[in-house]
Design a protein around this ligand. Structure first.
Ligand SMILES: Nc1ccn([C@@H]2O[C@H](COP(=O)(O)OP(=O)(O)OP(=O)(O)O)[C@@H](O)[C@H]2O)c(=O)n1
Length: 373
């Protein structure tokens, strides 16, 4: 049997990047031989094993052929006669379809090294079209490698467009889509992910709410800004969805199966923005600001409130930034109200709640007029 380093590890080595996961392909072995060598089998779908020492993944060379629609319809053939080249051929991009043997020789039947030099994301073969998840993977690689000059090559983009036109994207399961989106949001150039999806038509299927050009442009500007400020995943998702009205936004977040913290921040942003972004020139008053603070549950979720403020700095129009400053002052002022003191004064139950709110309102009013004086 022979083992080869394959996939992302070879690509990243050649690009001079840090290698995180190392995947290996084993040619000329049977599962029984692997078990006899002390490897542990993982995954029921294909013959993949964990090395007893390094815990790295060793997969028996295999071919894959599509059977039906979606991610599960693959017929997998794995046997000692499957060659390294056959295994490399089933892979997505030429830069991901190289191997290195244990003497350090690169095996590169699809010219991945040339594409690394030319900065091209190019599909290996027409079999690319058998897995629609690859559309999202390629968009994600574009987002990661764009700063190094990589782009999706024309033929690959055309193939992706054909796949979208054939309805392939409808067959993707939400969990896989979300997994790619959340990884892409944290890549080096997250906006590029959505630009590639838009160029091939997949965005109209996956997040059609962002199809109108003015929404797309606003989403990209907000995402870019949050990315520049090193925002976390929830902030990036909220920024992406910021041009979408609350109801539509919530439905899309649910369809994408976005996790609760992402959806909650995006919802909070969607309901806060219209009040603070009011373009009529009237600034929100003390009770409106208190309402926003209540909705954001700043009393118990101060951290989330601060993440919200950071996103608002990226999504609000320039002229509304003074409203944001007012919200921030209101939060600081209202935080000074001590429920304990009101409790000591004899307030209880509902009356205590009302007294707290009244005190907060008073503090906010003072903070606002104090500024205007
Ligand atoms: N839908 C897929 C998933 C994976 N692969 C192949 O399997 C390898 C390993 O996949 P994965 O670990 O997901 O990707 P990496 O290329 O290692 O990328 P990352 O750095 O994001 O982990 C890829 O390089 C590619 O050759 C593929 O062709 N098609």
């Amino acid at each position: 049997m022979q083992t080869y380093l394959v996939g992302g590890a070879v690509r990243d080595e050649l690009l001079g990047l840090e290698v995180k996961d190392r995947d290996w392909v084993v040619v000329g072995a049977t599962p029984d031989q692997m078990l006899a060598e002390g490897f542990k089998q993982v995954g029921a779908d294909f013959p993949v094993f964990l090395h007893p020492g390094s815990r790295e993944e060793y997969a028996l060379a295999r071919t894959e052929r599509k059977q039906g629609h979606g991610y599960h319809g693959f017929e997998i053939y794995s046997a000692p006669d499957v060659t390294l080249e056959e295994d490399l051929k089933r892979r997505d991009l030429t830069i991901n379809a190289m191997a290195r043997d244990n003497q350090g020789h690169i095996i590169d039947p699809f010219n991945g090294q040339q594409d690394i030099r030319d900065r091209q994301l190019r599909h290996v073969s027409e079999a690319f079209a058998e897995d629609p998840l690859r559309i999202l993977r390629i968009a994600r690689f574009a987002a990661r490698f764009a700063p190094m000059g990589f782009e999706v090559c024309q033929n690959t983009m055309e193939l992706m467009q054909t796949m979208v036109n054939d309805g392939e994207v409808h067959h993707l399961v939400a969990e896989r889509v979300w997994q790619e989106i959340q990884r892409a949001l944290q890549e080096k150039e997250p906006g590029t992910f959505f630009e590639v999806l838009r160029a091939c038509g997949a965005l109209d299927v996956l997040i059609p709410e962002l199809s109108p050009p003015e929404r797309f442009d606003a989403a990209m500007a907000a995402l870019h800004c949050v990315h520049r400020h090193d925002g976390n995943l929830t902030q990036r998702f909220a920024a992406l969805m910021s041009p979408v009205p609350p109801q539509e936004m919530s439905e899309r977040a649910r369809a994408l199966k976005a996790p609760n913290d992402c959806t909650a921040l995006a919802q909070l942003l969607a309901t806060t923005q219209p009040i603070l972004g009011e373009s009529t020139g009237t600034a929100p008053g003390a009770s409106e600001l208190l309402g926003l603070l209540d909705r954001a549950d700043v009393w118990r979720r101060a951290d989330r409130f601060h993440t919200l403020l950071e996103v608002l700095r990226c999504t609000l129009p320039e002229m509304a930034i003074t409203n944001l400053d007012a919200l921030q002052r209101a939060a600081t002022a209202a935080a000074g109200v001590e429920p304990r003191q009101l409790l000591d004064k004899g307030f209880k139950g509902k009356a205590l709640g009302q007294a707290i709110q009244q005190e907060r309102l008073k503090c906010i009013e003072q903070a606002l007029t104090g500024k205007n004086r």
